[in-house]
Design a protein around this ligand. Structure first.
Ligand SMILES: [Zn+2]
Length: 541
């Protein structure tokens, strides 16, 4: 008995003897950072409450009224909203010409200023096949925010088969399976498909199901830029659901929209298909950006996929043949009439043309007028072919209705995602889609505050807790003790996007502080230079 108590008694005595010499400030602080007195919107969809958020290291360690702030940096958030950092599950952060990617622009101010703290790249079937090597390069560039990646079906098919329009042989299918498996093991969050694009467009559904199954076995999801978002959008949603149902994995319609005036209103039916799928146990969800225009290359958006088979040289050769050229022109004219062109050459706006930068910001109609040509759909189709022959352009297509946008946004299985690049290193270059600068702030400013389409809590859920859960990021996306400290502080009465289609290079406003892994990336509305982002991997051994 005596020996058992001796040591603790001795220690207690020593501690008591020296207690008077230990002033309070020499205690290690309970927190490194305290965000004080804000309205907490925690990412679950629950109503806000007032509390302090205490952060120690890279982790939220307490959320309670009146935390001890001695020794901590304090951010006063009274009257402001404190929410989880936003998680963008459709981000074009894959390597790009001109460095408009996460390695070329790791500070990604356009994302930070909207409160985005995590992006998942390689959507639409694209991105690097070597996921591990790619994530290592991103890590070496020290990004300001967290970065993860999908493994892209189009990239995998290209690597194994090239851009040919045919069914894969059993041997090729096995090679593709192996690439997907390796990508998943190296950290991909699932299989992305771009069935609208070449070469994804050439793959039969069975091939996609087979590869999706491999991703699902390793815990991934399937996310699809569908084969058609216009006249055949219902079939495409059915395909996306079938890939999840037959492949045995969660499936997601990405950047869901209804393109082309003649198709407007069909979101009623697409959402019904999603509801029916969920009712029978298929985990089908949606993501969306809050704009009534889409963006992709002029070739990818308007030239029929069959004409792109075999790569650029083969396509150009085809265009020199009069019969083929006539068929391509007819297909492009039909796209302008009923699909991405929104029925009017004024609705297709060139964004960036490397071979003639002066075209950026001009619509097909304006270019025709400038050249003294009649503004008609057949003439616009001819112009598109000329542009493609000269080297192509990226373009913005105004062909989506606000009614469909709002209906899709309000669906409980819809989350917000940007479909955007991490900003150009040369700020102000080109005229890209404004979604890169505005997506998340626009939802908060326009669709919560001005139009009251969503409650604030629901909007935050769609931008944080829901997408994080979808990616299996169980330690992010919610404000809760034990979670990684990715936090945004913004003013609900001023938060707004400033980027427009005419002047896209405008940062969002109203976000005052952004914390990434416990470090302030933005404080008092200013970039701090901190680059505390990490690369994230889905597969855990
Ligand atoms: Zn896409």
């Amino acid at each position: 008995m005596r020996t058992r108590f001796a040591a603790p008694l001795l220690l207690t005595t020593i501690a008591a003897a020296f207690a008077w010499q230990a002033p309070v400030h020499s205690q290690p602080p309970a927190f490194d950072l305290v965000i004080r007195g804000g309205r907490i919107v925690d990412g679950t969809g629950s109503p806000w409450f007032v509390a302090d958020v205490g952060i120690k290291g890279d982790t939220i360690t307490a959320i309670r009224p009146r935390l001890e702030t001695a020794g901590a940096r304090v951010i006063d958030a009274q009257g402001l909203i404190v929410s989880p950092g936003f998680v963008d599950v459709h981000a074009h952060v894959e390597p790009r010409e001109g460095g408009e990617d996460m390695v070329g622009n790791p500070a990604t101010e356009n994302n930070v200023r909207q409160g985005v703290t995590t992006v998942i790249g390689s959507p639409d079937g694209g991105g690097p096949v070597g996921v591990g090597g790619y994530l290592a390069r991103v890590e070496a560039a020290r990004p300001a925010i967290n970065v993860g990646a999908f493994i892209g079906h189009g990239s995998v098919r290209s690597a194994v088969m090239g851009e040919v329009n045919r069914v894969a042989t059993p041997d090729e299918l096995e090679k593709m399976r192996e690439l997907v498996r390796t990508g998943m093991r190296e950290g991909a969050f699932g299989l992305s498909t771009g069935l609208f694009y070449v070469p994804g467009n050439y793959a039969p559904l069975d091939e996609v199901v087979e590869l999706a199954r491999v991703a699902g076995e390793l815990g991934g999801i399937h996310q699809s830029h569908m084969k058609d978002e216009a006249a055949r959008v219902l079939d495409s949603v059915r395909d996306t659901i079938a890939i999840g149902e037959r492949g045995g994995l969660p499936t997601q319609v990405t950047h869901h929209k209804i393109i082309g005036k003649v198709n407007w209103g069909r979101s009623v039916e697409t959402l019904r298909l999603i509801d029916e799928a969920r009712a029978r146990g298929v985990d089908a969800t949606i993501d969306q950006y809050p704009y009534t225009a889409s963006s992709t290359s002029i070739q990818g958006g308007l030239v029929p996929q069959w004409a792109q088979a075999g790569g650029r040289e083969a396509m150009l050769k085809g265009l020199r043949d009069e019969t083929t050229r006539g068929k391509v022109l007819a297909a492009i004219a039909s796209s302008i009439e009923t699909d991405r062109g929104g029925g009017d050459p004024g609705n297709v706006v060139l964004a960036a043309c490397a071979w003639d930068p002066s075209l950026a910001g001009k619509s097909l109609a304006q270019v025709l007028r400038d050249r003294g040509r009649p503004v008609t759909i057949p003439r616009a189709a001819e112009l598109v072919v000329e542009i493609v022959e000269k080297g192509g352009c990226s373009a913005v297509y105004h062909a989506i209705s606000e009614d469909d946008l709002v209906r899709i946004m309000q669906h409980p299985a819809t989350m917000i995602a940007s479909d955007a690049a991490p900003g150009v290193p040369t700020f102000g270059r080109n005229v890209p889609h404004p979604r890169a600068y505005g997506t998340f702030a626009r939802v908060l400013g326009v669709y919560v505050r001005e139009k009251k389409v969503l409650t604030l809590e629901e909007a935050i859920r769609k931008m944080s807790g829901f997408p994080a859960r979808r990616m299996g990021l169980l330690d992010r996306g919610l404000l809760r003790a034990g979670m990684k400290a990715d936090v945004v502080v913004f003013n609900p009465t001023t938060v707004i996007d400033r980027a427009t289609f005419e002047k896209p290079h405008q940062y969002a406003e109203g976000v005052s502080a952004v914390v990434v892994n416990g470090q302030l990336a933005l404080a008092d509305g200013k970039m701090t230079g901190a680059r505390a982002g990490r690369t994230l991997r889905r597969y855990q051994q």
